[in-house]
Each structure stands twice: as C-alpha cells, then as structure tokens.
Design a protein around this ligand. Sequence first.
Ligand code: PGA
Length: 251
Amino acid sequence: MRRKMVAGNWKMNGNLSENKQLLNSVVASLDGLQGVEFLVCVPYLYLPSVQDVLQNTNIAWGAQNVSQYEKGPYTGEISASMLNDFECRYVIVGHSERRALFGEDSHTVAEKYQAAQRAGITPILCVGESLEQREAGTTEQVIEDQLAAVIKLAGIESLVNAIIAYEPVWAIGTGRSASPEQAQDIHSFIREGIEKRNVNIANDLTILYGGSVKASNASELFDMPDIDGGLIGGASLVAIDFVGICRALHQ
Ligand code: PGA
C-alpha cells in the first residue's frame, strides 16, 4: 500500500525534558488527523520515554539505525529484536550520515534492511547522491546501485510495501532543498526502476523526500505525483515546524 508519511529524524539531538515538551505539543496539534502516518525516529536511549508519551496517539516511533546482526559479541550495537521490545515499527537504514561518517557501504545497509524486516520492523531505506556525484552526472547510477544492493541481498519481494527516502546529500541540513521538479525526477526514476522488475511493487512503494524540508516548502514538494511524504531532520526538532509539515501533507 502506497502511504502518506511524515517521519522526523531527530539525529543526535534532544534530552529527556525537551523531548517531552516537543512531543506533547506535537501530539496535541496532530490529534485526530487521519490518512497520514506520523513518525519520529529518536536516539535509542530515549525510546522507552518516547514510547511512554506516544502510546495510544496517532504518532509512531522508531530508531535511526539497527545492527545487521541478531545478537552476540557486537559491543555498542542494538539489534532489531531489541527495537521490538520497545514496539518500534520503523527504523531508518542507510542514512547518508551513516554511510559517509560511519563507513556503512550499500551491502551493510542491505543487511540492516534485511535484519529489520526479519524482526517485523519496516526499514526506511535512504538513498541519495552527493554534490560531486550530481555534478558528475552520476545521480541515477548512484541511486540504482544503492537500490540494487538491497534487491541483490534481500530480493525484489523485500520491496513489497517498502519505504524509500530519497535524500540528496547536498540538501541535508544545508537549507538548500532540491526543487520539487528535481526531487520528482528522481522519485519517478526510483519508481520506474522498480516497475521494470515488478509493476505491483512499484505502485505500492512509498517514496519520501528528505533534505531541508520546511513548513514553507513542504506543500510544493508533496504536490509532486511521486513524492509521498517527507523525512525531516532539523525541522522535526521544532514543534511548530514539524506540525506545519505534517499538516502540509494532510491537506
Ligand atoms: P534536514 O535532514 O531536514 O535537516 O535537511 C534530513 C535528514 O537528514 O533526514
């Protein structure tokens, strides 16, 4: 099922009391809105307290990363079954910050994608090109390779009802969003790439856009035919901004 979704990615931000304030105000503002899925992906340590606040609301919670391994001697890692203990329904995998700063290659990302699915958690698979890659004209190839790694390991069936986030690296945290047309071009490229392999899977795919989405540019992005919602970094930390983006998709 192709869904509409706004997902917040808090990254390494927040603290117990700020989180509570932020969520209380987001919960109150989004109460009763239906037809759009709302999600916040928070630092691991805050999952229990976030779960506490969001239980029985229309906002889901998830994590920003997961180990590719099930259990064992992997110091500092968190497994998918641990995320299940806190009722995470979603986890981000392959965020460009993980790829660039923590050395995750596309094969590792594919393993994480598979580990999440095996535990019944929906992975949100991030793909996107750097500025150098865009300028060199290799954007489509980069994205095709990132998707192909998942299909190679987990099979095309692993993309049934999947969520992919297109996040051009040059647009993340820079205040410089892709234009609606630039984003739509890549979203349709992604959908068509999957369509060549399986039409039904392509039709059901949810493709989020991420990279400097704000309340002021969200509507024009969400109006594009292949943009099903957003993955929101900075603006997800400010209640009024996040709510504005959520409302833009709801309209
Ligand atoms: P941004 O981040 O909205 O702050 O650009 C998006 C992301 O990294 O998911």
